[in-house]
Design a protein around this ligand. Structure first.
Ligand code: ADP
Ligand code: MG
Ligand code: MG
Length: 250
């Protein structure tokens, strides 16, 4: 589904990604961990098509297409979903209208008929129930005045509505209380399917208690320096990153 080969990216001539290799198959959950400033958010931004970053080497294939060749909105329409570490607020645009436009644009891209208002509302009700989102959140402006937890829950709702093939959740757990964490994790788990893959970027083992990864990778100084199964997250929680840094420097 996703094959990243020797990906290098820079900003203002500063190289941040320095040769990322990663392969994700349908249905897999991969966790990416690593110290602050390692390049985790940069990797998600580059995959999403953020033009601040310049890709100067390497390739990314997504469903057999050259991802780097696609405009950001086409990446989304191809089924890439990125949950931002800091979600934006869009005053004056209600969640309902925002989501209806997004969902119908995706359908148009797949040459499917747009949903009518009633079909859309039905879908929205189903998905809200699935991810346990309060009904009044969707009547408000996108993220405006939402608490940290509400923004994150809202992102999971957006993900449920768009049914992406690959979802990248960048620190979706930061600032969440235990309850919101559970809602987010449950939402992700309920959306799991043999065709859908997830990349979870996180600092904390606690999220991975709920969203159990097939693989855990450590990103350090712009490279994946270690990959293993879910036990690696426990080991990192216990021992921190110093041993990995030392292994890498050696
Ligand atoms: P992580 O998500 O792993 O904490 P980031 O990808 O946010 O790391 O950052 C990796 C490095 O890239 C850091 O040194 C950071 O300062 C730098 N960086 C990220 N975004 C920018 C930017 N817009 N301008 C300059 N440097 C940036
Ligand atoms: Mg960071
Ligand atoms: Mg980050």
């Amino acid at each position: 589904m996703l094959v990243i080969k020797d990906l290098h990216a820079k900003i203002d001539d500063k190289e941040i990604l320095r040769g990322i290799n990663l392969e994700i198959k349908p249905g897999e959950v991969h966790a990416i961990m690593g110290p602050n400033g390692s390049g985790k958010s940069t990797l998600s931004s580059v995959l999403a098509g953020n033009e601040k970053f310049e890709v100067n080497e390497g390739s990314v294939s997504f469903n057999g297409k050259d991802l780097l060749d696609l405009a950001p909105e086409d990446r989304a329409r191809e089924g890439l979903f990125l949950s931002f570490q800091y979600p934006v607020e869009i005053p004056g645009v209600s969640m309902v209208n925002f989501m209806r436009t997004a969902v119908n644009e995706h359908r148009k891209y797949r040459e499917e008929e747009p949903y009518s208002a009633s079909e859309f509302l039905k879908l929205m009700r189903e998905k809200k129930k699935l991810v346990e989102i309060d009904s009044n959140l969707t009547n408000r402006s996108v993220n405006e005045g939402f608490s940290g937890g509400e923004k994150k829950k809202n992102e999971i709702f957006q993900m449920a509505m768009l049914e992406p093939k690959l979802a990248i959740l960048d620190e979706t757990d930061s600032g969440l209380d235990i309850d919101a964490l559970r809602v987010v994790a449950n939402g992700v788990n309920k959306l799991k399917s043999p065709e859908r893959s997830t990349i979870v970027i996180t600092h904390y083992q606690r999220l991975l208690d709920h969203i159990v990864p097939d693989y855990v990778h450590v990103l350090y100084k712009g490279r994946i320096v270690k990959s293993a199964g879910k036990e690696l997250a426990l080991e990192l929680e216990e021992k921190g990153y110093d041993w990995i840094k030392k292994e890498f420097e050696d």
